[in-house]
Design a protein around this ligand. Sequence first.
Ligand code: GAR
Length: 229
Amino acid sequence: MRRARTAVLISGRGSNMAALLAAAADPAYPAEIVLVLSNRDDAAGLDHARARGVPTAVVESRVFGRDRDGFERAMEAELRGHGVRLIALAGFMRVLTEGFVARWRDRLVNVHPSLLPAFKGLDTHARALAAGVKLHGCSVHLVRPGVDEGPILAQAAVPVLEGDTEATLGARVLEQEHRIYPAALGWLAAGLVRVEGEVAQVAAPGAGTALANPLPLPGFKPVSTSAAG
Ligand code: GAR
């Protein structure tokens, strides 16, 4: 099997990156992580990747200021240099330009800490608590130009419990991010995803059903990881 050469883009802690690296440590996993790229040189996830022998690169977005095209050209030079075919955003906190998103259409995937299309943007757990929702969760989706928009590949729901804080709810959601992201990237890398209209069809048994905690994920073994470190 030829594995899809994949870059993981991070800005910080990198626990989702760690989950993807753990999944990709299995030679049968359809994606191979060939690069971890950060837009900040102080991203903790970089150390985790280096410790596992994964090539890393830093393209400091700060240096480019408002020159988003220049920033993305520098990133794409790294991506080309590593022969990257798929990109997984994992806590990458820069909005990408329409041009970048178009060039990587259907090869660019993101994890977001809410049940999209609810709570796009930042502070999702605080906003979910403030809204009084009873179910919250996370989504993995193909990236489109609108922030946190695009065909949904996988979602997992968690309950909002009495007494939850942003931290307790966020931790419950993060655990699910670490389950659904490796599964969804695996489907994409294996060529199991077709986009019809703006709806993703996943040709893995059971993948079209809701992935509610604690149902097992079809297609791939869940990978359990704690925060990077
Ligand atoms: C994750 O919860 C991810 O869903 C979120 O940032 C966190 C990064 O954690 N991403 C976004 O909010 C993007 N819209 P991690 O660095 O430990 O993976």
